[in-house]
Design a protein. Structure first.
Lengths: 315, 258
């Protein structure tokens, strides 16, 4: 199927939210189009810090959503849905989205994940420069998965690998995928959640503890723990990953609990946080804006850290 | 002006909240340019005797009534709730309620709850209902509190046509009669935007189309939530400036008679 190139991916897109507003934690843009003015800082009576509103020159940097999805084409509205994703990114000042396409039902078959990756590759063409591709595989189909990863990274310019919940990440069947990711120098975004109950429909769910264990086994791997704000007890997850220095934490998810990003920054450091939305777009942007971090730290989270990760690619 | 109909003070049993004193919340509001906020006790969500949480809030907002509007948490299955309601209204000057039917383990359709809603309505009080307190996936091992089913809200608004309800922390209204156009329901409820999408599915925009901008109110859920996501929704919402102004403040101002 040939999909016409959309006009939505213009590099000249004008976001409703300026980078300055996004970085500053400012509500000024609510009140003034363009958000040129920043509110003055207020002291929090010495009780709690208020979000950073300090002024100063901004360094230009990309805003990269590290966790996004294109729509599976079994859904009739997939093309419009994909366009809506780009429109939302435009409005929110997100420059690039790291996307995978997932099968509606899992575990994915080899044919299923190959089709998904073809569509992701097509999305990279349709939204050139805006959509970056993750290669989604089910590690249970080992030869097919490894072949698919190599094809996607080396021939289709995918930027990484997406693993879902077919296997817990500490199961040996996952190891060849991790070893190939290391060889290629690409990150793995791994679905994860930690709830204090058994999640019946995801019996092989990974959590931060599993990812920390995998990271210890493969210290050269670049792992991203998906959606700390949509993966159950985020305080547990952050603490579980404190010492796993080669695991980055993706801030995406629909949960907007105050303090999430701040605690993650305090416990694992801002260099290990990557901005994401996972389709919860205003939640994703709002959390970063609301975090009590410096502009420089927010720039790292919003794109700098992901750029650094993608710069380690070996091919 | 921005009026937040969804804010809290005090401690929550399962997670440390920041910005949860009057002074700290006001500082956060200043930083976010939020002028006024409706606050209730976070502690009263899990206290057996919720009235002690109301007493704390009444004390905390003293001297800040120009900006912090206290609501009372009342459990209609707890002894003395009629006295508590009277004290909250007449002594504390509280003009609205927050109800937690799932956390306090009662049905919205139960006679006790109906009695409470009628009593509050006779006093001219607004009744807000948080559909959830926090995401259920992160719940403590001690409990499993479901969201309030929107179908139960449908029954409530039908039964109490004279009452006024503000629904908070909900989502999926367009998938049930509450969010549909010409739904036959009385226009006695408004919907807080804290969890509504403003892009992609854009439930916020759909609700404005279906119900009118007069039925949506700004609310953040702070300090449980970062206030910024709610602010961002208003920024990116495709709506007229007059509609946005109604959502930001005018609807709440009218309903709460501020």
């Amino acid at each position: 199927m040939t999909i016409p190139q959309t006009t939505l991916s213009s590099p000249e897109h004008r976001p409703h939210i300026s980078r300055r507003a996004l970085l500053k934690g400012s509500a000024a843009a609510v009140l003034a189009v363009g958000a040129a003015a920043l509110p003055s800082a207020h002291d929090a009576a010495g009780e709690q810090p208020v979000p950073d509103t300090s002024s100063g020159p901004l360094r230009k940097g990309k805003v990269i959503d590290c966790h996004a999805h294109l729509t599976h084409r079994s859904r009739a509205t997939w093309e419009a849905d994909d366009c809506k994703l780009i429109e939302a990114a435009d409005k929110l000042g997100i420059d690039q989205l790291c996307c995978s396409t997932l099968t509606p039902l899992r575990p994915a078959t080899a044919d299923g994940f190959r089709a998904c990756n073809r569509w992701t590759a097509d999305g990279m063409r349709r939204f050139h420069g805006r959509v970056l591709g993750y290669c989604y595989v089910n590690p249970g189909y080992s030869p097919e998965a490894l072949e698919e990863i190599r094809r996607c990274v080396e021939e289709r310019e995918f930027i990484g690998i997406k693993l879902y919940n077919e296997y817990t990440c500490t199961e040996p069947v996952v190891f060849p995928v991790v070893e190939l990711a290391i060889e290629l120098g690409v990150p793995i975004l791994h679905h994860a959640s930690h709830s204090h109950y058994f999640v019946e429909d995801q019996p092989r769910m990974s959590d931060g503890g599993h990812l920390a264990e995998l990271a210890r086994r493969y210290p050269e791997a670049m792992l991203i723990c998906a959606h700390i704000s949509g993966g159950g007890d985020w305080e547990w997850t952050i603490k579980a990953l404190r010492h796993a220095t080669n695991v980055l934490l993706d801030t995406s998810g629909s949960v907007t609990d105050e303090g999430t990003v701040d605690m993650a920054a305090a416990v694992v450091g801002v260099d290990r946080l990557v901005f994401g939305c996972d389709s919860s777009m205003t939640a994703g942007v709002g959390k970063i804006r609301g975090a009590n971090l410096s502009t420089q730290d927010k720039q790292k989270i919003l794109g700098g850290n992901m750029m650094r990760l993608l710069g380690r690619r070996k091919s | 002006m921005i009026v937040d109909v969804n804010a809290y003070l005090g401690h929550f049993a399962f997670r440390r909240l920041r910005h949860n004193t009057a002074a700290a919340l006001l500082a956060l509001m200043d930083a976010k340019k939020i002028d006024r906020a409706v606050v209730s006790s976070a502690g009263a969500i899990t206290y057996r005797n919720a009235q002690t949480g109301n007493e704390d809030v009444a004390q905390e907002v003293r001297g800040h009534r120009d900006r912090l509007i206290p609501f009372a948490v009342i459990n209609p299955f707890y002894a003395g709730w009629q006295d508590d309601l009277k004290i909250c209204h007449e002594e504390f000057g509280i003009t609205g309620l927050r109800l937690y039917p799932k956390w306090h383990n009662y049905q919205l359709s139960s006679p006790c709850c109906r009695e409470l809603v009628n009593a509050a309505t006779e006093r001219g009080m607004v009744i807000s209902i948080p559909i959830r307190v926090e995401d259920n996936r992160q719940r403590s091992w001690l409990l499993n509190i479901p969201d309030v089913p929107l179908e139960e809200i449908v029954g409530l608004v039908k039964t109490h046509q004279e009452a006024r309800f503000i629904l908070l922390n909900g989502i999926g209204y367009t998938g049930c009669p509450l969010g549909r156009k010409d739904n036959g329901l009385p226009p006695n409820y408004a919907i807080g935007l804290s969890r509504l999408s403003a892009v992609l599915a854009n439930e916020l925009g759909q609700l404005i189309t279906n119900l009118g901008a007069g039925r949506v109110m700004f609310g953040t859920g702070m300090p449980f939530n970062y206030p910024d996501p709610a602010l961002v929704k208003l920024e990116v919402l495709d709506a007229s400036e007059s509609d946005k102004e109604r959502i930001r403040s005018q609807n709440a101002t009218a309903w709460l008679r501020l």
